[in-house]
Design a protein around this ligand. Structure first.
Ligand code: ADE
Length: 254
């Protein structure tokens, strides 16, 4: 299945590079991703190709005019299946995550709308936007980088893009737990050796070690994730052990 993504932006050149290298290029080359960039300025109708204007009520900054943006969205929607998501990149949207990447990867067609300046006339949102996504609680100068982040994260979920089928399901965050550390050759580097369990070839022991390492990292770095993770009884027991270790360390440090 080819996934089609139409990106509407005032700065299509920003996508050169990130969208033409590595995995993204492979996905496009194999026709798994049909990425189409549209310059919103091409949908203006005046001779100066005006895409922005001053805000009603003052306040400074420039606002993207509704007419060219709506024309660009309607153009992209022309041959789109019904209920194709029209997603506005905005710091006011729902915060992007592994789960949202997976959800979006199931769509055959997406339209990503990148705002610039202070924002887009709100009537565009009211008329045509079906979803709003933020990539984090900080403000960027535009929606182009967020759109690229989203494309990169969801293309990894399209079957056939990653080497080993389903590898995206083993990533950090896939099941609410961070990944175990990775090693490659040489077996010893600057006095640090590779954990023996990785070279012993004992499958069950290795799986157990990875799960424990991932769980330990999550406990130490992102305990907030554990509240939502789907944990087995063994994993709950391990968490109890980590907590005991921490408590012992704290009391011996007194
Ligand atoms: N536009 C500006 N900042 C943004 C953010 N954090 N996420 C998505 N779009 C944005």
């Amino acid at each position: 299945m080819t996934m089609r993504i139409d990106v509407l932006t005032l700065f299509p050149a920003m996508f050169q590079g990130p969208m033409t290298e590595s995995m993204l290029w492979k996905a496009r080359d194999r026709q798994l991703l049909d990425l189409r960039l549209h310059d919103i300025r091409d949908f203006t109708t005046d001779k100066h190709r005006t895409a922005d204007d001053i805000p009603y009520g003052g306040g400074g900054g420039m606002i993207m005019k509704p007419e060219p943006v709506v024309a660009a969205i309607e153009y992209a929607l022309q041959d789109a299946p019904p209920r194709t998501p029209v997603i506005l990149m905005t710091p006011q949207g729902r915060v992007f995550s592994h789960a949202i990447a997976k959800e979006l990867a199931e769509q055959p067609h997406l339209i990503l709308l990148c705002g610039r300046y202070e924002g887009i006339d709100d009537r565009v949102r009211q008329l045509l936007v079906t979803d709003e996504i933020s990539i984090g609680d900080y403000v960027l100068t535009g929606g182009e980088l967020p759109a690229m982040v989203i494309i990169d994260a969801l293309v990894r979920h399209i079957p056939g893009v990653l080497g080993a089928e389903g590898a995206a399901d083993r990533d950090s965050h896939a099941d609410g737990i961070l990944e175990a550390p990775h090693y490659t050759r040489p077996p010893e580097f600057r006095g640090l050796s590779v954990p023996a369990v990785l070279t012993e070839g004992h499958g069950a022991k290795l799986a157990q070690w990875r799960r424990e390492q991932g769980l330990r990292r999550t406990w130490e770095r992102r305990p907030d994730l554990l509240l939502k993770a789907d944990l087995t009884e063994d994993e709950r027991y391990l968490l109890g052990r980590f907590a005991d270790e921490d408590a012992r360390r704290l009391s011996s440090a007194k």
